[in-house]
Design a protein around this ligand. Sequence first.
Ligand SMILES: Nc1ncnc2c1ncn2[C@@H]1O[C@H](COP(=O)(O)OP(=O)(O)O)[C@@H](O)[C@H]1O
Ligand SMILES: [Mg+2]
Length: 348
Amino acid sequence: MNEVSRKCVGIIFGGQSNEHAISIESARSIFAALNSEINNKKFSTKVFYINKKGKWFDSRKSLAILKNSINCLDFDENSPFENIKILDEIDCNDIDIWFPILHGSNGEDGSIQGLLKLTQKPFVGSGVLGSALGMDKIAMKLIFSHLKIPQVNFFIIKEKNFDDLIVICDQIVKKLNFPLFIKPANSGSSIGISKVMNQSDILEALQKAWSIDHRIIVEEGLEVRELEVGIVGKRNLIASEVGEVNYTSDWYDYDSKYKTNNKITIPANISTQLKEMIQKLSIKSCKALDIKIFARVDFFLEKGTNNIYLNEINTIPGFTSNSMFPLLWKSSGLEIDELVAKIVEYSL
Ligand SMILES: Nc1ncnc2c1ncn2[C@@H]1O[C@H](COP(=O)(O)OP(=O)(O)O)[C@@H](O)[C@H]1O
Ligand SMILES: [Mg+2]
């Protein structure tokens, strides 16, 4: 392939999200994968950094941040507020396809997907609808209930309503057994989530979740193993091997996600029947939400009963070389550079 037919991929990373740091790591591994010997013949890359305040940087400065030769913190907390000129420094004509590798709010919830759609260039991953539905735990659960996809029992709080707090607490304990997991509907990396063991701790957990989102989901907590599966495809979705994440903490909270070395087991030690059921459910649930190109679908396997429950779908899963998503595909026969090329090609 000559220079003209190489497709220029615009990798967008960082972002106004509490998962900013992990996005930088994911972008580094995608950048490396697109610049592998095989992919280099098919793709060129430009990178664009968005700092935590939402300011976009040109590709030269962004590359320096990606390559660690400029500390991205120099552009963050200490810089005064500036008028945000989105896409101002970016020549969209250079780009054939965008690759937003932004986790969490603004990156995974349909916001950046809407903006990229307006540039009239294709982008990698789910569109506005699939991204928004995949991010919002309330919308997702309501659709899954309709389709009878198995989920833990839950209670929805749609408004920040401090007047009715006593009533809300009563309703929660009438409907659900302890322990509870109280979660902001839109977050990620376990941020804003509390495990609550008794009624007197509900209020504090609600306040914590409300500090992130006005929509809250309360779930019945189960004793679980955590199984994850990767999805790729456009119209025909295919599922990877199933993996298991093992951690030593009580639940998979922020610190255990990022501050410890968790053990990932691929393939998970489960029966073939269970594996096939998980793969089938993951495809069904992605189709239900219009999630495509790539995603990671997370399940709970209840200890004792072996019941399976769908927990959530991540439309832009962690993509570092140690992340579950690329490891699941590696175990299913796709190296990370083949995987990245495939999902870019599906999206062109
Ligand atoms: N209903 C539940 N029962 C048992 N553990 C749960 C439940 N809900 C959440 N957890 C624990 O909290 C973690 C984070 O919850 P999750 O809904 O996946 O949030 P996030 O979107 O931030 O990853 C899960 O991986 C699991 O360890
Ligand atoms: Mg999760």
